[in-house]
Design a protein around this ligand. Structure first.
Ligand code: SF4
Ligand SMILES: [Zn+2]
Length: 409
């Protein structure tokens, strides 16, 4: 299964320590963010699909306490901690009130049949959202008229027999509950060094089995282009990861092309020209290679805080090029789940992408050492302080192209 000869995680002890230090130092630069109970931290409406039928999805993001794993450094591409209270546990009353308020405002307008409840971390980790709030919010969500599916997210390690039973009991029988987990990559070095996920294949298998026993569905998030990988390696790794996720029993798989979030290692590398976002041709290539997967989704845009930039094709002139057309196709795929929408797409930029996919690489460990040695915290601080204002319009621009149909502005 493992096609890369990257060695083992143990070979990368020095690199991993440095990656964790950098991830942590960068996260500490942003002060905490607060919201009120009257408004969710974020909300997005999207057209989607449940078991072949069109469905409207409402994502409600509750004020995050912040992912506990991110508070130790966390995943190298993830900017979700940046919108949190940075570890001050949000009270259950606040979380329930915020959820109820969001439901009363947005459900009547959009009539969703699928509700995603995010708090940019681990829904079933009591240090992030207390058990009373977890269960009350799920019960309330399952009482909403017309709701067929509820999605929450967690790292595999928080999934225990006890909390799986509690979650299952709080949902009405005819509603699907699904839990998304960041499986990210099948190769252990990519998952646990390049991404710094801190989870093994066994963690995922154990969680899937526990959830299956209670009839809870599982979704694997699979990254497209973690840092330090070439475009070609990233495509091959994503295809292999989707296959492995399917083989170990995930019910659904969501391809997540990496996006750029402030105060992350990926952003710091990107500013130095050491990391480029995946091309949309790569997203399409992966999709075309996994057509046998039953419930295959494409995500990579629904985050709070919103990313600076998302996967796109590069054009020598500065216009949008084919990006709007291709993101429209990805959205059409999300609504219809028809892989044919990706047939016969062409643009001048495709040749450039093909050339990039042929670019030779140096050994992974050398690449990591080289790139980490170029990072400089003071330069990053300076660059981001200058960027705050400029990037605002770009955030809106990319959100408009790639994001939901309606969203918090
Ligand atoms: S990707 Fe998930 S587990 Fe990783 S730092 Fe972000 S919220 Fe935490
Ligand atoms: Zn193009």
């Amino acid at each position: 299964m493992d096609e890369f000869n990257f060695g083992t995680v143990r070979d990368y002890t020095k690199q991993l320590r440095s990656i964790r230090n950098w991830a942590l130092k960068l996260r500490q630069l942003r002060p905490r963010i607060d919201t009120t109970w009257e408004e969710p931290a974020d909300w997005v409406v999207k057209d989607s699909n449940i078991h072949g039928e069109p469905a409207r999805t409402l994502t409600i993001t509750l004020m995050p306490t912040g992912c506990e794993w991110a508070s130790l450094g966390g995943c190298t591409m993830c900017g979700e901690f940046e919108g949190s209270t940075k570890g001050d546990v949000v009270s259950p009353i606040f979380h329930v009130a915020q959820f109820a308020s969001a439901v009363s405002k947005y459900v009547p307008d959009y009539n969703p049949s699928w509700i995603r409840i995010y708090q940019e971390g681990n829904y079933i980790n009591q240090n992030e959202i207390q058990r009373s709030a977890q269960l009350t919010i799920l019960s309330l969500a399952s009482l909403i008229y017309g709701i067929k599916r509820i999605t929450i997210e967690s790292m595999a390690k928080y999934i225990t027999p006890r909390n799986v039973k509690d979650l299952s009991k709080s949902i009405k029988r005819d509603i699907e509950l699904e839990i998304g987990m960041g499986f990210e990559a099948e190769n252990e070095v990519i998952r646990n060094v390049c991404v710094n996920k801190g989870e093994s294949l066994d963690d995922f298998s154990r969680a899937i089995n526990l959830l299956k026993e209670e009839g809870i569905r599982t979704v694997a998030y699979v990254l497209l282009k973690p840092p330090f990988l070439s475009e070609k390696e990233a495509i091959n790794e994503a295809i292999a990861t989707i296959q492995l996720a399917n083989d170990i029993g995930f019910d659904a798989i969501s391809l997540e092309p990496v996006s750029i979030h402030a105060f992350t290692l990926v952003h710091a590398l990107n500013l130095l020209g050491l990391y480029e976002l995946p091309w949309l041709w790569s997203v399409i290539k992966v999709a075309q290679n996994v057509q046998h997967i039953r419930d295959f989704r494409i995500g990579g845009v629904g985050f709070y805080p919103r990313p600076f930039n998302v996967a796109h094709n590069q054009h020598s002139n500065s216009d949008v090029g084919c990006n709007k057309e291709l993101w429209d196709k990805i959205k059409e795929y999300g609504r219809t789940r028809r892989f044919e929408v990706f047939n016969n797409l062409e643009c001048n930029c495709k040749k450039e992408w093909e050339n990039i996919c042929k670019t030779p690489t140096i050994p992974l460990m050398e690449r990591i050492d080289q790139q980490l040695s170029l990072l400089n915290l003071d330069s990053y601080k300076l660059a981001t302080s200058e960027m705050q204002f400029q990037t605002q319009s770009f955030v809106n621009h990319t959100t408009a192209i790639a994001g939901g149909t309606q969203y918090k502005r």
